[in-house]
Design a protein around this ligand. Structure first.
Ligand code: SF4
Length: 551
């Protein structure tokens, strides 16, 4: 059954023959240089309104398939909606797990019985999940379909699983959920636009095996190049690491929130800083990419204490990515009662912009800032900042100050063509807890980052993952090359993704690790990138791909 929203979407984007004629005229004008919106407005629909960009992309694809027009990649790029969504090289598909409680009792965290803990039903991703009754297959299928309709490539997928604390769900549910997501990616090519086979009525334990879905995905049209879950620091144990690898997880989002025990306690996080530190060390030793959530303006914090707290992130934990989630006062969180008693004051937008503009230039060059505000519609915010475009505000403030953020995101080359021979190699070495980290990167003369790898060299004190295959091995935790996510085999001049940077980064990592006495290199590979490493001399281990380093 289609939801009302889906029905409306389909109707708006339906391609009748008259719309096709119109689309052809619009495309011709765009091809001749006219701006997309202006060309669309020049050709209104008969009953009023205009063709949508999605309909235009669909018309273009239909005409290419019918041989009416030739493939025109630059034209597609111009009409593609929100090209930035795939500029970091992969297409992200976000799905939510079913409503479920969380062992945490954090006072700032909203509760809504229709949602997994901490999510609100009017957040964009949550709305989509609700429409599909949290069915993993249906969510992935619908998202792939929508992204492709908007002209985005869907051959390299990072799957982002959100919803409270992943590790608190029963393991049979987790396994089923991931297997169904993979099933949807595996079937997508076979089932381009039709119904969703097997979506309805499937339940945990009815088991299309995870191992089988993984193995199918290694050669599927939509390959999984990253699998991300979010959990609490106190859930990370050697046993959990092994389980996450069995599921195919490559990146873990961990709620750190603060690095001050007093503030963690006041906000009833239920764990201390030492626990977060232990969890980060374990994740690093097992090769996971580490995303920490950090929250300014928690109960008990001040602008001054937040400055200090943020600085603690880089002394040992050194996350690869961060999400800054300023605390937001919501009516369905316990903090609301504290605020009513006059014991909590949210920062103003002005204060928040000032704080974040102070912090951003201090972020090390190896870290990527994924978000600086949560995607909560402002109508939910009782008091304090309501602007969701905070990133733009902060960047405007940085510009006004003549300051610059050098995080990975701010330096990504995105869609700018790169000249391979002009790139220079950099090895940024830093010390994290129990590991020497090498952030290897290829950079443009303008300090743009075209690709990078994270090489982790465990020290003797490294946390024990209890995984035999990792003993004594150096670890590649990430290889990422930028450029618009291109369909496999679709070359484009200057696109970093296809200029062999990945192979060059691997070679550098191997040389460095061998030079420092490591005889083996392990790589944490997503299911869909296993072939990539196998083709470069790596061999299948139990949960990792491995290579001997001969000196
Ligand atoms: S651990 Fe996360 S999801 Fe659970 S209550 Fe705390 S903030 Fe909410």
């Amino acid at each position: 059954m289609l939801s009302e929203r889906q029905r409306r979407w389909r109707e708006t984007n339906r391609l009748t023959s008259s719309r096709l004629v119109l689309a052809r005229k619009v495309l011709q004008e765009i091809h001749e240089g006219r701006e997309v919106m202006s060309a669309l407005r020049q050709h209104p629909l008969e009953g009023g309104g205009y063709l949508t960009k999605a309909a235009l992309v669909a018309a273009y694809q239909q005409m290419v398939a019918a041989g009416v027009v030739n493939v025109d990649a630059p034209l597609l790029e111009r009409i593609r909606m929100k090209p930035v969504r795939t500029l970091s090289g992969v297409t992200t598909v976000t799905v939510l797990t079913k409503p479920y409680p969380c062992p945490g009792k954090c006072i700032f965290c909203p509760t809504d019985v229709r949602m997994p803990k901490s999510y609100l039903p009017d957040e964009p991703g949550a709305m989509r999940a609700l429409e599909h009754d949290f069915d993993p297959y249906a969510q992935v299928h619908a998202r792939l379909h929508a992204l492709r309709s908007l002209g985005h490539p869907v051959d390299k997928i990072e799957l982002l699983i959100l919803g409270g604390t992943w590790s608190a769900y029963r393991r049979d549910y987790q396994e089923w959920f991931v297997a169904r997501c993979f099933d949807a990616m595996n079937e997508f090519e076979i089932e381009p636009a039709g119904p969703m086979p097997g979506a309805a009525g499937s339940t945990p334990g009815d088991g299309t095996g995870l191992a089988e879905q993984h193995s199918r995905n290694e050669s599927a049209g939509s390959r999984n190049v990253g699998l991300v879950i979010e959990t609490r620091p106190d859930e990370i144990t050697p046993d959990e690491l092994r389980w996450l690898r069995q599921l195919g997880v490559t990146k873990v989002q961990l709620g750190a929130q603060s690095l001050d025990d007093r503030i963690l306690d006041l906000n009833q996080r239920g764990h201390d800083v030492a626990c977060t530190r232990r969890a980060v060390s374990l994740l690093r030793a097992a090769g996971f990419k580490i995303v920490l959530h950090w929250m300014p303006n928690l109960l008990g914090a001040s602008i001054e204490s937040d400055h200090v707290d943020f600085g603690r992130l880089w002394a040992g934990m050194c996350p690869d990515e961060i999400k800054i989630y300023p605390n937001q006062l919501l009516a369905n969180a316990e903090l609301y009662e504290v605020w009513k008693r006059g014991e909590f004051t949210p920062y103003t937008t002005h204060e928040l912009i000032g704080l974040l503009a102070d912090l951003k230039p201090t972020i090390p060059r190896y870290c990527r800032v994924n978000r600086i505000i949560r995607d909560i519609p402002s109508t939910n915010v009782v008091e304090g900042n309501r602007r969701t475009s905070l990133r733009l505000d902060v960047h405007a403030e940085l510009q006004r100050r003549g300051a610059r953020c050098q995080c990975v995101r701010c330096r990504e080359v995105r869609d700018i063509p790169v000249e391979s021979e002009q790139l220079f190699f950099d090895d940024l070495i830093y010390s994290a807890d129990h590991a020497e980290e090498h952030f290897l990167s290829f950079n443009t003369p303008q300090d743009g980052i075209a690709g990078f790898a994270r090489l982790s060299l465990p020290t003797r004190q490294s946390s024990s993952t209890q995984m035999e295959e990792l003993k004594g091995a150096a670890m590649i935790r990430e290889v990422h090359v930028y450029g618009q996510s291109l369909a496999v085999g679709a070359e484009r001049a200057g696109a970093a993704q296809h200029s062999g940077l990945g192979t060059r980064l691997l070679a550098q990592a191997e040389t460095i690790a061998a030079g420092l006495g490591f005889s083996r290199l392990a790589v944490i590979s997503a299911v869909g990138t296993r072939q990539y490493y196998l083709e470069r001399g790596y061999e299948r281990g139990d949960l990792y791909l491995l290579k001997s380093l001969r000196r």
